[in-house]
Write a protein that binds this ligand. Structure first.
Ligand code: NAD
Ligand code: TYD
Length: 352
């Protein structure tokens, strides 16, 4: 193994974004030791990392960020100098049915990590605590306007509130204990390995299975979509070049109303599956709205573009096409993650 320059703890590395980030760091930085800490909840899956599992600069530890003794042992065992914190409960619908799970992991877990880092880094230098957060902390936009780094926090869902609380704790630890921190707030990600409870992978799976496509409310809700590999490139950029204490908004400059996005997705799927035109679109059904549903998210990602030189590279057309291809080619992965108790969950809750 080459000389180790950094010992980086990535939390939530078995999840959707975390697994792409772990892969990028393990391959791009052979001199960094990457310790992936993940509780392997329903959303964590080590199959996402089978291609890097045997790399000498990669290690996995199963554990929970709500377990302080476990965190302290990890910092000690690997002499952790930097943290990129992604572990979280991440789905808004689940936060409505089980908000306390979000308080536990997203608020308590983040506070535990901050406390452990503060304690462990008391007499060390070149440390960084990087919190991966969401644009949902800013609440909902009207027809116009964009979220900037100066937009006031105004979270609406229990998920958004838990991420806002964790961002506040990160800032408080920087102000109070001089912890070196940086935060990024990103828009909706899509791409391979995303658990099929979020809009795009859920609908890809449902089209494939000829099942209904449950659009909440009037389907006119708007999100800004970013390909996951663009997000992990942005994380790499902020990790290496971000200014301490700063926040960076990350987005795709790519706003879509849900109904328009779903229509494009249906057309692409019909082509790829060689099904009759209109057959996938016929599966769309409008269902009861999500309570507290944010109308519109849109990110102004000009700060990271101007100051750090990052911008998205993958067009939506290309990203969506690659994503569909990945799900169609990885039927076993999909079947594995939706089998068992979960399969009934979203149908029972939302197709009423
Ligand atoms: P995900 O749900 O796919 O993965 C979360 C991972 O965290 C899983 O591997 C899970 O096992 C792990 N985890 C959950 N609770 C844990 C605990 N208590 N201890 C240790 N590990 C635990 O999530 P994702 O979509 O990859 O999101 C990753 C991060 O990025 C989250 O912090 C999320 O808030 C943020 N984010 C996500 C998006 C998005 O569109 N997905 C957008 C912006 C920000
Ligand atoms: P989602 O992927 O859950 O992300 P978030 O809620 O974090 O933005 O949802 C994206 C959009 O799609 C959001 O407006 C809710 C909507 N949606 C549906 O209409 N039907 C669904 O089954 C899901 C999961 C989401």
């Amino acid at each position: 193994m080459p000389n180790i320059e950094r010992n980086i703890l990535i939390t939530g590395g078995a999840g959707f974004i975390g697994s792409h980030l772990v892969r990028l760091f393990v391959r791009r930085y052979p001199n960094y030791r990457i310790v992936n800490l993940d509780a392997l909840t329903y959303a964590g899956n080590l199959d996402n990392l089978s291609d890097v599992a045997s790399q000498s600069n990669y290690l996995f530890r199963k554990g929970d960020i709500t377990d302080v003794a476990f965190l302290e042992a990890i910092f000690k065992e690997f002499d952790i100098d930097s943290v990129i914190h992604l572990a979280a409960e991440s789905h808004v619908d689940r936060s409505i049915s089980d908000p306390m799970a979000f308080v536990r992991t997203n608020v308590m877990g983040t506070a535990n990590l901050l406390q452990t880092a503060t304690k462990y880094w008391r007499n060390t230098q070149n440390n960084l605590f990087y919190h991966i957060s969401t644009d949902e902390v800013y609440g909902s936009l009207g027809k116009t306007g964009l979220f900037t780094e100066k937009t006031a926090y105004d979270p609406n869902s229990p998920y958004a509130a838990s991420k806002a609380a964790s961002d506040h704790f990160v800032r408080a630890y920087a102000q109070t204990y001089d912890l070196p921190v940086v935060i990024s707030n990103c828009s909706n990600n899509y791409g391979p390995n995303q658990f099929p409870e979020k809009l795009i992978p859920l609908f890809i799976n449902n089209i494939k299975e000829n099942e209904e496509l449950p659009l909440y409310g009037d389907g006119q809700y708007t999100r800004d979509w970013l390909y996951v590999l663009d997000h992990v490139e942005a994380i790499d950029t902020v990790f290496h070049q971000g200014k301490l204490g700063e926040t960076y908004n990350i987005g795709g400059f790519n706003e879509w109303k849900n109904i328009d996005l779903v229509r494009v997705l249906c057309q692409l799927m019909e082509e790829k599956l060689q099904r009759p035109k209109g057959s996938a679109e016929a599966l769309i059904c409008f269902v009861k709205d999500r309570p507290g549903h944010d109308r519109r998210y849109a990110i102004d990602a000009n700060k990271i573009k101007k100051e750090l030189g990052w911008e998205p590279r993958v067009t939506f057309e290309e990203g969506l096409s690659k994503t569909i291809d990945w799900y169609l080619a990885n039927a076993a992965w999909l079947e594995n993650v939706v089998s068992g108790a979960y399969k009934n969950y979203y149908k029972k809750q939302y197709l009423t």
